[in-house]
Unconditional design. Structure first.
Length: 237
C-alpha cells in the first residue's frame, strides 16, 4: 500500500505542471500513466520522481518521459531504463551549465537535447561552451551540436568536429549546409543535404514498437543515445 500511495503522489507531482509546449497540455497525463503501466511499481515511482525533479530544475522533463517509454518499447530491463533516464538527466543538466558558460542563457529544449546528446557521445563540456560562445548571436545551436555528434559518430575527434562546424558557422553556413558537412565529413567544402535517416542516426533510433503516446517525429528526433549516455566516453555505440 505504501508503494502504491507513493507512486500516486509522484504521478500527481509529474502531472501538476503541463508538458511543454502548451499544446501538449491535454496529453499531460499520458506519459506518467504510460510509465506507470510499463514499469514495475517501484521503478516507475523512482523514474517519475526523477522526472518531477528534473521539471522542478527547469530541465525538459518531457524528453525524459519519452526516453523511458522508448526504452521500455525496445525491451530494455527496468533497471536499465532507470539508469538511462538518470544519466540523461545528468547530461541535460551538464549541457545547460556548458551552454550557460558559453553565454547561451535560456537555451531551448532542442538545444539542451542536442548538447546533452553531444556530451553523451564524449564531446567535452568546454567544447560545447566554445561553440555557444563562438556561434552568431541568436542562432540556434541545435543543428550545429547534432552535426558535431554525427561527426564524432563517424569517427572524427571531437575537437576536429568542433573546428569544422565553427568554420562553417563563421562562413554563415545555413543549417542545411551544416547537415551536408555531417553527410560528407571528408568533403567539408562541398554542399550537401543530410537525410532524415542520417539525422536520426545521430541520436536514438526509433523502433517499430514505440509507444502510441510517443509521436513519430519525436521518436525519430530522439535517436541513438547510448543506454548509459555520458558514461562510456568517445566512440561509444
Amino acid at each position: 500500500m505504501r508503494v502504491k500511495a507513493g507512486l500516486a503522489f509522484v504521478t500527481a507531482a509529474v502531472l501538476a505542471v503541463p508538458l511543454e509546449p502548451p499544446t501538449l497540455h491535454a496529453q499531460a497525463a499520458d506519459p506518467a500513466e504510460a510509465i506507470t503501466r510499463a514499469l514495475p511499481a517501484d521503478v516507475a515511482r523512482r523514474v517519475l520522481a526523477g522526472i518531477a525533479d528534473a521539471r522542478a530544475r527547469g530541465l525538459p522533463a518531457d524528453l525524459l518521459a519519452r526516453r523511458a517509454l522508448e526504452l521500455s518499447a525496445k525491451g530494455v530491463p527496468p533497471a536499465g531504463i532507470e539508469t538511462a533516464v538518470a544519466d540523461e538527466t545528468a547530461d541535460l543538466a551538464a549541457a545547460r551549465d556548458a551552454l550557460a558558460a558559453g553565454g547561451r542563457s535560456g537555451p531551448t529544449d532542442d538545444e539542451l537535447d542536442a548538447a546533452g546528446t553531444a556530451l553523451g557521445k564524449g564531446v567535452d563540456g568546454h567544447q560545447v561552451s566554445q561553440l555557444a560562445r563562438s556561434a552568431p548571436s541568436g542562432r540556434s545551436l541545435a543543428v550545429p551540436l547534432f552535426v558535431i555528434s554525427s561527426l564524432v559518430d563517424r569517427g572524427l575527434p571531437s575537437d576536429e568536429a568542433l573546428r569544422r562546424v565553427l568554420a562553417r558557422l563563421e562562413a554563415r553556413a545555413s543549417d542545411g549546409q551544416l547537415e551536408g558537412l555531417a553527410a560528407a565529413p571528408g568533403r567539408a567544402d562541398q554542399p550537401g543535404k543530410l537525410t532524415g535517416l542520417d539525422m536520426a542516426e545521430t541520436r536514438r533510433p526509433a523502433e517499430a514498437g514505440r509507444p502510441a503516446w510517443v509521436p513519430a517525429n519525436a521518436a525519430a528526433a530522439a535517436a541513438n543515445r547510448p543506454l548509459n549516455p555520458g558514461r562510456q566516453g568517445p566512440g561509444k555505440p
